[in-house]
Design a protein around this ligand. Structure first.
Ligand SMILES: Nc1ncnc2c1ncn2[C@@H]1O[C@H](COP(=O)(O)OP(=O)(O)OP(=O)(O)O)[C@@H](O)[C@H]1O
Ligand SMILES: [Mg+2]
Length: 44
């Protein structure tokens, strides 16, 4: 059983990637496996 968590905010540079990384580290320390991906959208 897996859980998908998404952190999203239209504003940039507010800590989405940092928070996602830290959540992953916390899960790993608890023996959980995780797949971590980030997406950065920028106007063309
Ligand atoms: N809790 C925090 N306290 C202080 N600085 C922080 C914190 N979280 C993130 N930062 C800093 O803010 C900057 C932006 O963080 P981050 O790259 O995680 O944001 P982002 O929302 O993923 O940005 P982007 O929209 O460009 O993908 C980085 O320099 C990061 O080190
Ligand atoms: Mg980011």
């Amino acid at each position: 059983m897996s859980t998908i968590v998404a952190l999203a905010n239209q504003k940039g540079e507010i800590g989405k990637t940092t928070s996602t990384y830290n959540i992953g580290v916390s899960l790993a320390k608890r023996g959980k496996s995780f797949y971590w991906s980030t997406l950065t959208l920028r106007p063309a």
